[in-house]
Design a protein around this ligand. Structure first.
Ligand code: ARG
Length: 592
């Protein structure tokens, strides 16, 4: 197989094993090298399990097959002589020399650390954040925003074309009620020159809902407003955009605090295609009428009374819904955006909806056979003790307050630390540190969990300087950077290639191998879309760094050559942590 620039060490080895298998057993091609990271340290770095299945299939002795594979695999530029272990594993240990060369490549490329962009670029549309107008942007949307941004950053780094889409809930029957209420309560808000603000939009929504529930005359007015809005009545559209604009400003404050970029393309964008989509679905027979509603029977999910729960795309009153919009959105995203891969970052509660939408989209051909449609679900945010996430008064927590509280606490901690250590910093720097740590802590606490599980929100834990937290990582970065700065390592043009890495101590080698794992880790993340992979990696890297630093003197190393090598290891560790933090959406600090 051809060598590609974005091939990892594991893929390189896998190629060599495949080659050996093809040479040994020429009567068959498509051999699976079955090469994985070693399951135990005594197995070296990688292992191939190919001999086991092969021997079984051909009724041979697995140990002998493994022996043959080990003999015939050409890899002395990468590995020591492969070892065979019962019942038939082939184990590979990387050569120090190979590791050292890879480190040199990383060192020479401080921006990308030797990771080349993917040769096969994809257009990836990431549908994330997606709050609803006039309703609350809650912690679920915060999770979606944080996870979505991290995944976008990783995919962008790997060279893909990423569309960051905010599928805002800006359409639907609730607008009839909102517009009617607006006209009634704040008619002047809709005047040309008005600068009226509605204040708390969520409160406004609640008041409108109360009015709606209590008064049947108002209900009728609201219904008429829906019809007028859908018919494109100028007045209604004006009121609708006014409401959207109010929400938009509030959402933007959150995005600015989080430093997240999104392109808004809300549900209303697809309005003009909803009718067409239903017609196409019905014409192709993908959707059928059932009790007046237009339904797609997919997924075989049974609802109550054992009845299959279809995906409804047009209600019996003729109204379109969430699912219709998602069908129209896929159609547009594949046809117009030319997306190869579409990711939907929402809570796990929407899994059924997306599995049905995906199946229907493939069935009618809105998505191609090879289009990757992926729901990226996540669990709930809970209070400590696993309770529902609410304020002490039982109200839902406002996101802005939540973020500001983290920043406030981070500032308090930092000031205490400065005082205890007798350090001084400018007010400006203190504010910056508080912001980076506070927001970083919230992001990290979210991303470090396996996203599918629920997680418990705790300011104390996320802001702790100990453990797998943002402050710990930021601290590790600042400390390691400080070490190599003191060492005057000259890495000006061309110098880095001449640096010889000496990896004699086991802690040096173990740190070095972890640095080399960066690329494989990112590819895994690209496939599995689990940001905790990144956090776990950083944590393990910082642990290995600590072991190295406890064992190996850096500034006082016994020779200049060793000192240089160790300083370079420090620099690579710092650069790697910085890149990882950046991919999580967390900037680094010089001192914390
Ligand atoms: N607005 C929805 C919500 O708040 C999320 C939208 C997700 N994206 C989508 N294409 N359905 O639950």
């Amino acid at each position: 197989a051809a060598i590609q620039s974005d091939m990892t060490t594991r893929e390189l080895l896998a190629n060599r094993v495949t080659q050996a298998l093809t040479n040994l057993f020429p009567d068959e091609n498509n051999w699976e090298p079955q090469l994985t990271a070693a399951t135990r340290p005594e197995f070296g770095d990688y292992q191939s399990n190919a001999a086991l299945s092969l021997a079984k299939k051909r009724k041979m002795n697995p140990l002998q097959v493994a022996e043959q594979i080990a003999q015939h695999t050409q890899m002395n530029d990468i590995c020591e002589q492969p070892q065979v272990a019962p019942p038939g594993f082939v184990n590979f240990t990387l050569k120090k020399q190979y590791v050292a060369i890879q480190l040199q490549k990383m060192l020479a490329d401080p921006q990308r650390l030797g990771i080349s962009p993917r040769e096969r670029k994809e257009r990836v549309l990431v549908d994330f954040s997606s709050p609803n107008i006039a309703k609350e942007m809650h912690v679920g949307h915060l999770r979606s925003t944080i996870i979505g941004d991290c995944l976008c950053r990783v995919l962008e780094f790997l060279g893909h074309q990423v569309l960051r889409i905010n599928h805002v809930g800006d359409w639907g029957t609730q607008f009839g009620m909102l517009i009617a209420y607006l006209k009634e309560m704040k008619p002047d808000a809709l005047m040309e020159t008005s600068s009226t603000s509605l204040g708390d939009l969520v409160e406004f929504y609640k008041a409108a809902k109360r009015r709606f529930d209590e008064d049947s005359v108002f209900q009728e007015t609201a219904r008429k407003e829906v019809v007028a809005l859908q018919a494109g009545d100028e007045n209604s559209i004006h009121a609708w955009s006014f409401l959207c604009e109010q929400s938009r400003k509030e959402f933007q404050q959150i995005y600015d605090m989080l430093d997240v970029k999104l392109t808004e393309r809300g549900e209303s964008f697809y309005n003009e295609w909803l009718g067409i989509v239903c017609k196409e679905l019905e014409d192709t027979g993908v959707a059928v009428r059932d009790e007046g509603a237009l339904c797609i029977f997919v997924g075989g999910h049974t609802g109550r009374q054992g009845k299959i729960q279809p995906l409804i795309v047009r209600k019996s009153d003729g109204g379109f819904n969430y699912a219709t919009t998602d069908m129209a959105a896929i159609r547009y995203r594949v046809k117009e955006d030319k997306a190869d891969r579409i990711l939907y970052i929402t809570d796990a509660g929407q899994s059924l909806h997306f599995s049905q939408v995906f199946e229907a989209a493939k069935k009618i051909g809105y998505a191609k056979l090879e289009t990757k449609l992926e729901h990226v679900p996540f669990g709930l945010v809970q209070s400590e003790g696993g309770k529902k996430f609410k304020t002490r008064e039982g109200e839902t927590v406002k996101l802005k307050d939540l973020l500001q509280e983290a920043v406030r606490r981070a500032e308090e901690d930092f000031r205490k630390r400065l005082q205890a250590e007798g350090r001084e910093e400018s007010e400006e720097y203190i504010k910056r540190v508080a912001h980076v740590i506070g927001i970083g802590a919230i992001k990290y606490a979210d991303l470090k969990n396996n996203r599918t599980s629920n997680y418990q929100f705790s300011y104390t834990k996320m802001l702790s300087l100990q453990g797998n937290t943002a402050p710990y990582m930021l601290y590790a970065f600042a400390r390691i950077q400080g070490i190599y700065r003191k060492g005057d390592l000259d890495l000006s043009d061309g110098q880095s290639e001449s640096i010889q890495f000496i990896l004699d101590d086991p802690t040096e080698l173990s740190l070095a191998k972890m640095l080399l794992q960066l690329e494989e880790m990112l590819y895994l993340l690209e496939r599995d879309l689990k940001p905790n992979i990144l956090c776990d990696y950083m944590f393990e890297l910082s642990q290995r760094f600590n072991q190295f630093y406890e064992t190996c003197p850096v500034l006082k190393a016994e020779s200049l050559q060793r000192k240089t090598s160790r300083l370079a290891l420090c620099k690579l560790t710092a650069n790697t942590l910085q890149l990882c933090l950046h991919l999580l959406g967390i900037p680094t600090l010089e001192r914390i």
